[in-house]
Ligand binder design. Structure first.
Ligand code: HEC
Ligand code: HEC
Length: 397
């Protein structure tokens, strides 16, 4: 009988062997829910960073959807940190300062080190910081959304200015998140080298080497029922709170009723321009010069003039807390005649194809409602931006 040489392993077989179940000298340290939430969170964070930094602002919905999923995963992880199995619990992530110092020192040296049964002290601290940053990102994001767009649970609680600040904090925190995640990964790979244990595989299969000297009686097991109960209570509480908050009356925005005379006299040549798009002073000036209104002559009777001027002056931009009102409130100088000449308007639309504004169905830049479907409400929300297809271009299948 001759022994045939064993054929080399295929790539697939090597992968299977890498991801095999725990061997007899290993044990499952990371339970399935922990592994799942770890990788799902990692994937969602990459998606959130991409949509946050690179998506055009009118596709904010995608970023919000991912944010919602991250919130769900975080909630789950929070509950599992209290009721999960031993090594998933937060108490295991909080290092003593002595352990932390020793761990950091060992990471910086090139000597073999003993693995910790659960997370290493340094990475435990980083993980706690990552969760806190994520919670802060969640809040700052919702505050930015509430302040700038007047939508979401904080719509009525946060002013536009505070929303802008929240947005800046949100962006800054996302950079901190990247830095911390990088540090997390660096520690994992360093630790893998120094302990000779593939830790990334450990987070996929859950296995880490068994330490026979470690007493295991004190290890707590998971309490799935308690976790589920707490999770459900928290979910209902959050849902209820956000709905209640979202229904509070809003300070910075109100629905506007356009007087018939305004619609008839001013809405015949262009759309019924929302009064919040110009400050009071500019409206006054415009109404004084209706005899030469952008090259047109507009004449009003005394009664019409009174109705129209009181309507636009009462609802001028000073009286609103919306994004559009804030952006166009400060007029640059006298040469700025129309809203679309405003430097801020140009900046907001700088990334767009200029042809889109000059061709049907838009025809001119101040035809705001063609793209901003909520222009008549003065909100100019990102959700309501729908770019029209230029005339003559066939829909792509
Ligand atoms: C005869 C047609 C006509 C009428 C009636 C008219 N407008 Fe205009 N309006 C124009 C034109 C033309 C412009 C220049 C911008 C454009 O091409 O749309 C303009 C621009 C404006 C602008 C600047 C908007 C921007 O986007 O730059 C405001 C504000 C405005 N009109 C207010 C009014 C008000 C208020 C009334 C009613 C009292 C009124 N218009 C009636 C023709 C008209
Ligand atoms: C051809 C389509 C189009 C027209 C016409 C148009 N816009 Fe826009 N507008 C956009 C798009 C697209 C964006 C988002 C640009 C971006 O984020 O890069 C935008 C952004 C904005 C924003 C910021 C919204 C936010 O939440 O970030 C405001 C405010 C705004 N436009 C006001 C106006 C006003 C006022 C007019 C009319 C005078 C107008 N736009 C005309 C397409 C248009």
């Amino acid at each position: 009988m001759t022994t045939r040489p064993t054929p080399p392993l295929s790539r697939w077989q090597r992968l299977r062997r890498y991801l095999r179940a725990c061997s007899f000298i290993e044990r499952e340290v990371w339970d399935r829910p922990t592994r799942f939430s770890h990788w799902a969170l990692a994937a969602m964070l990459v998606a959130a960073l991409f949509t946050g930094w690179f998506d055009p602002s009118w596709q904010l919905d995608r970023h919000l959807l991912i944010g919602g999923m991250i919130a769900g995963l975080l909630l789950f992880r929070l509950v599992w940190g209290l009721f999960g199995s031993e090594f998933s619990r937060f108490t295991n992530f909080m290092p003593t300062s002595k352990a932390l110092r020793a761990d950091v020192a060992s990471l910086l040296q090139d000597r073999l080190k003993l693995p910790t049964p659960g997370i290493s002290p340094a990475n435990g601290l980083i993980s706690l910081m990552l969760w806190l940053i994520l919670i802060a990102l969640m809040f700052s994001g919702l505050m930015a959304y509430g302040g700038e767009e007047h939508l979401g649970p904080f719509a009525s609680l946060v002013s536009f200015k505070a929303g802008e600040t929240a947005q800046r904090i949100h962006a800054f925190l996302s950079l901190v998140l990247i830095a911390l995640a990088g540090l997390h990964y660096w520690i994992v790979s360093r630790e893998s080298r120094l302990t000779r244990i593939p830790l990334i595989r450990g987070m996929i299969t859950g296995c880490k080497p068994l330490d026979p000297e470690l007493p295991r009686d004190s290890e707590r097991s998971a309490h799935a029922v308690w976790a589920m109960l707490l999770g459900m209570v928290l979910m209902f509480a959050i849902d209820h709170a956000s709905k209640t908050l979202g229904q509070l009356p809003m300070d910075g925005w109100r629905p506007l009723h356009y007087p018939t005379i305004y619609q008839g006299r001013c809405g015949s040549c262009h759309w019924t321009i929302h009064p919040s798009l110009m400050p009071e002073e500019r409206w006054r000036e415009l109404l004084h010069h209706l005899g030469d209104h952008f090259g047109q002559r507009v004449s009003l009777t005394g009664q019409e003039a009174i109705t129209i001027s009181s309507f636009v002056l009462v609802h001028a931009s000073e009286d609103w807390d919306t994004e559009a009102a804030h952006r166009f409130r400060k007029y640059a100088d006298e040469t700025v005649k129309g809203i679309s000449d405003h430097p801020v308007w140009r900046k907001l639309h700088a990334r767009m194809d200029p042809n889109l504004f000059a061709t049907p169905p838009v025809n001119k830049p101040n035809n705001c409602p063609v793209c901003h479907h909520d222009a008549l409400s003065g909100r100019f929300d990102r959700h309501a931006i729908h770019l029209p297809r230029p005339a003559g271009q066939l829909p792509t299948p």
